[in-house]
Write a protein that binds this ligand. Structure first.
Ligand SMILES: [Zn+2]
Length: 251
């Protein structure tokens, strides 16, 4: 990749993206993603619709936009192929995408995001950002059409995935992540709002605790200073009294 030289190779984000590009270099039969030739922070991907759903055999292409703080901040996913589940050309609201940065973890990756996207497709749209509620039949029609879809950068997407169905096994973390996402759809908006509030609440609490602690430390220091001062004052008073007594009785 000629673009390599234009990036700071010491930056953790760049290192991480280059490692992920190597790991994802071989297409699987479920997904394939690769950075644009001139931009390491924009990737294009193709995923296969999950089997036994209305998306079965559909091929869906899209963009992944990586923030400069990746992997500390989550990627944004934008679908380009019409699919009936997600609006095209719009950032998708997954529990691990940019709309929910509080639930993203830096150990997750582009592969995790793609697996989450596939797992998320058959779930109910439930009015979340960028979701569409097409009927099963409409989605099936779009799945068939999707094979002829072309990206104006990558060209035809039909041959982007491998036909070898040796599926990479999921790591423990990936499986637990995917199950979390499945749970999230049931009460998506409320849960995410509650999480937001809880997070804010927790932050406020911890700030308050810190202020309390600082105040206690400050008071302790203050009371020690006070003691020292009163000692000095008493010593002065004592010395002056001694001097006065000396003057009156010993002159
Ligand atoms: Zn493309």
């Amino acid at each position: 990749m000629s673009a390599q030289t234009q990036y700071n190779l010491k930056s953790p984000g760049v290192k991480r993206l280059m490692r992920e590009a190597c790991e994802l270099a071989e297409p699987t039969d479920e997904y394939f993603a690769t950075p644009l030739e001139d931009n390491l922070f924009e990737w294009h991907f193709t995923v296969r619709g999950p089997p036994n759903t209305e998306f079965e055999d559909g091929l869906y292409h899209g963009r992944i936009l990586l923030p400069s703080q990746y992997p500390m901040q989550p990627p944004n996913i934008i679908l380009l192929t019409p699919n009936g589940r997600f609006e095209t050309n719009k950032k998708i609201c997954l529990s691990i995408s940019g709309h929910h940065p509080e639930s993203w973890q830096p150990s997750w990756s582009i592969r995790t995001a793609l697996l989450a996207l596939i797992a998320f497709m058959p779930t109910s749209a439930a009015g979340t950002i960028g979701s569409l509620d097409y009927t099963k039949e409409e989605r099936q029609v779009l799945a068939k059409k999707s094979k002829n879809w072309e990206c104006n950068i990558c060209g035809k997407i039909l041959n982007k995935l491998s036909n070898n169905s040796a599926i990479k096994t999921l790591t423990k973390e990936e499986s637990s992540l995917l199950s979390q996402i499945a749970l999230k759809t049931e009460d998506e908006t409320n849960t995410s709002e509650n999480n937001d509030n809880e997070l804010r609440h927790r932050t406020v609490n911890s700030v308050e605790n810190r202020i309390d602690t600082e105040f206690v430390v400050f008071s302790e220091v203050q009371s020690q200073k006070d003691k020292l001062w009163s000692l000095v004052v008493w010593l002065l008073v004592f010395t002056i009294t001694l001097l006065i007594i000396r003057r009156f009785f010993f002159v």
